[in-house]
Design a binder for this molecule. Structure first.
Ligand SMILES: *[C@@H]1O[C@H](CO)[C@@H](O)[C@H](O)[C@H]1NC(C)=O
Length: 637
């Protein structure tokens, strides 16, 4: 299924000017996080994720006594309340009838890849439906018996193909029944009763569906043929429904509409066009009014906001960048009045030019969530695919500093450095746009879906990746020699692979931009022993991270060094050191590559380089240049 362009979402309903900020904010979140994706990052552990999730809830006394950070939610003896486990993995959250409320933050749950059951029924949650659509593996979603309201986006369930039980009953949902429910191939139970759903019933024809309840809504029109087997019961309490099934003939008009979907389509398209026109006019009109300043400060779309002032835009231009004007539809031009949606600063136009309107129209999906923020893929109309990163943790950054930093990043050119294409500045958060790299991250290729991807990572490929990474790192160490840590966040999830398995480093050189101490500490450079023990950061921390990558690639194991609580992975550093001491290096080589027996010598040599990069004493550790030299040496062996 295709991602949905923002422009369609924009036309879903009309907005009052006062509410537009909130509305667009929601839409933009929807746009960015629209489709969930299996490539989850291993950024936080399950206990941390659940605690973070809990923090978004209120009245959690029932959980407080057993949910403790640093303990295992699935502990055999002291299992966390209301948590379902399979072995050591959380598979369900059974939070029904617990008096809970608050604004559910779904993000942390992304760190629970095995979560199958989410039950928050019969509490007092309210507001629009939380972003459950990100939880692509859910089989059961019980949110009935709350105060949820508003429309559920049409495509809400598009990426939730595992869903079997969907209970939304006894809330205040309105609008159409989301079309995407129809495409859930495994759907068994659907409870939508006692809401205010309106419009026609989409045609549910899944053979798996055994129970449907649509009672007491405001549904209308003919009951689809495909649902005749459900009898009368599920449809009661909807005065405007008709059809043989309930013994009420449909008027010709209702039938006609059904028979002519094309003419209906025309109306929808016309509606969209008119909606867009109105929106454009609305914005232009508002700008000219006295509200000019006020509106200027509001966010147009979260992350895609109205530029702060023309002066700033001009100052960016002076710095030699190209501030893009989007298509004429965006309204307003930089020179005349000077602001609008075009406040996307292009720092590198080699891959093509685009503006915010192009981005808004792009089909989007989520790539993952990391410590710095979330990443999204967006495919624009001109065919260019980009990654949009939303950086939440660079708050309060002075714009001039940020601009200067971005300009610097935009000038980087190296075959192993992911190119920054554009950025967008707003006080609360920043968006940076880079080229999209098709194969995904090294982390995913090494530890993700083994069956799919692993086979391609043979020894020559792995060696090439290590070489590329080291080469990119050396470049960064030259370019950012003055930084405490030139990269600062090197780890396998930040190494992307292009179609030729050439590695591209991402998330580099952010260290000076982050002003949140806690986040700084979650950067991978902070996993070096001297950083953990003495908060001492130096370029050698990057070398340590490179060492971890080398050991990760050689062993195929997920390093515990990536985990904050150091539980769950393999201590590759310790393992390598003892294997070297015992002269049993070849034993820890990933079986997938160990069969290339004539290369074992190379692998062992590289293992020694990895060990030299991960020596705990930074003074004893080799530097980046030496690491590259030794790695190049391996390939000559
Ligand atoms: C919520 O409460 C209702 C009414 O007591 C009950 O029928 C329903 O099964 C409950 N929902 C869940 C998921 O337990």
């Amino acid at each position: 299924m295709a991602a949905v362009p923002l422009v369609i979402l924009l036309s879903l309903r009309t907005i009052s000017p006062r509410k537009h900020r909130l509305f667009l904010l929601r839409i933009s979140i929807f746009f960015f996080i629209f489709l969930s994706n299996p490539h989850l990052s291993f950024s936080i552990s399950e206990d941390e994720a659940l605690i973070k999730f809990k923090e978004s809830l209120r009245n959690t006394t029932i959980l407080d006594s057993s949910w403790h950070k640093g303990t295992s939610p699935c502990d055999k003896i002291k299992k966390w309340a209301r948590v379902q486990c399979d072995g050591n993995t959380v598979t369900g959250l059974i939070l029904d009838e617990a008096g809970l409320s608050g604004e559910i933050d779904v993000d942390p749950l992304l760190a629970l890849p095995e979560l199958r059951v989410l039950e928050i029924a019969n509490n007092t949650f309210s507001g629009t439906i939380p972003e459950f659509f990100m939880l692509g593996a859910l089989k059961s979603l019980y949110i009935d018996g709350n105060q949820f309201s508003g429309e559920i986006p049409k495509d809400f369930f598009s990426r939730m193909g595992s869903l079997k039980k969907v209970w939304l009953a006894n809330n205040k949902f309105s609008g159409l029944i989301p079309e995407s429910l129809v495409n859930l191939k495994n759907l068994m139970e659907l409870h939508l009763e006692n809401n205010a759903f309106s419009g026609r019933i989409p045609s549910f024809s899944q053979a798996s569906l055994t129970y449907v309840n649509l009672r007491n809504n405001k549904l209308e029109g003919e009951i689809p043929q495909s649902m005749s087997r459900f009898g009368v019961e599920p449809f009661k309490g909807n005065a405007e429904l008709c059809g043989q099934q309930i013994g009420k003939e449909c008027s010709k008009e209702t039938k006609k509409n059904e028979e002519a979907p094309m003419s209906k389509m025309k109306w929808i398209i016309l509606g969209i066009v008119v909606g867009l026109l109105l929106l454009t006019i609305l914005f232009r009109f508002k700008r000219k009014e006295d509200h000019f300043d006020k509106l200027g400060k509001e966010n147009f779309v979260e992350g895609l906001d109205v530029a702060s002032s023309s002066r700033k835009s001009m100052s960016i231009q002076r710095k030699g960048s190209e501030s893009l004007r989007g298509s004429s539809r965006s309204g307003g031009s930089m020179k005349g009045g000077g602001k609008g949606m075009e406040d996307l600063v292009l720092v590198n136009s080699e891959k093509g030019t685009f503006g915010l309107p192009d981005l808004m129209k792009a089909a989007a999906e989520v790539l993952g969530n990391g410590v710095l923020g979330s990443a999204f893929k967006a495919k624009m109309g001109n065919g260019l695919s980009v990654v949009v990163k939303r950086l939440r943790e660079m708050n309060k950054m002075n714009r001039d500093v940020f601009d200067a930093e971005m300009m610097k990043l935009g000038k980087l050119r190296h075959r192993n450095i992911l190119q920054l294409l554009a950025y967008h500045y707003r006080k609360e958060e920043k968006l940076i746009v880079s080229e999209y790299v098709p194969k995904g991250s090294l982390l995913y290729l090494l530890h993700g879906d083994r069956g799919l991807s692993h086979a391609h990572l043979n020894w020559p490929t792995r060696l090439k990746i290590v070489q590329g990474v080291a080469s990119g790192m050396c470049y960064l160490h030259l370019e950012f020699a003055s930084y405490a840590v030139p990269h600062g966040n090197l780890k396998s999830s930040n190494i992307l692979l292009n179609e030729n398995y050439e590695p591209l480093l991402s998330d580099y050189a952010f260290y000076p931009l982050i002003n949140n101490a806690e986040i700084v500490q979650s950067l991978s450079a902070y996993k070096a022993p001297e950083a953990i023990q003495h908060q001492h950061l130096s370029p050698k921390c990057d070398v340590y991270c490179l060492g971890i990558i080398i050991l990760e690639i050689l062993t195929g194991k997920f390093p515990l060094q990536y985990l904050d609580n150091q539980k769950g992975g393999t201590d590759v550093v310790q393992w390598a050191q003892s294997a070297i001491a015992d002269k049993r290096e070849s034993e820890l080589i990933d079986p997938e590559i160990a069969s290339a027996t004539d290369s074992i010598e190379q692998m062992v040599k590289l293992l020694h380089v990895g060990a030299a990069c991960t020596i705990s004493d930074p003074d004893m550790r080799i530097d980046m240049k030496e690491a590259l030299r030794r790695i190049d040496d391996v390939s000559l062996t």
